[in-house]
Unconditional design. Structure first.
Ligand SMILES: [Zn+2]
Length: 116
């Protein structure tokens, strides 16, 4: 079966994330620093974010490893991308994952209170 370009991209991104995952198991500070290279400090607490690789369901592709950058203090500040650069870009743009309600269900954007 022919793969679409999107599937090829996702597959390449998943392979990259899998490689990063190996690196992420390393706790060497210089390697963690490389993984968040280009990230701004957290807009709320000013700490540098933390990078992890997280398996996630992607529509049309199944469960793949995705790259997540988040603040260890502000748990609702999490930016996810298929590639490291995407996650960094979203983190810097404060394009965070939707917050979750008390049951851990993500609150869709349209139901979130507007920022004041
Ligand atoms: Zn923070």
């Amino acid at each position: 079966m022919e793969l679409t370009q999107e599937e090829k991209d996702n597959r390449a991104a998943a392979a990259e994330a899998a490689q990063l995952k190996v690196k992420l198991r390393s706790t060497k500070p210089d390697e963690q620093a490389a993984l968040i290279a280009g990230c701004n400090p957290c807009p709320d607490c000013g700490n540098m974010p933390h990078a992890i690789v997280q398996p996630r369901g992607v529509p049309g592709f199944g469960v793949i490893d995705t790259y997540e950058i988040g603040c260890l203090v502000d748990r609702d500040h999490r930016a996810v991308g298929l590639k490291r650069e995407d996650a960094v870009k979203k983190w810097n743009a404060q394009d965070f994952l939707p917050p979750k309600d008390e049951n851990g269900t993500p609150i869709p954007k349209e139901k979130q209170p507007l920022p004041t």
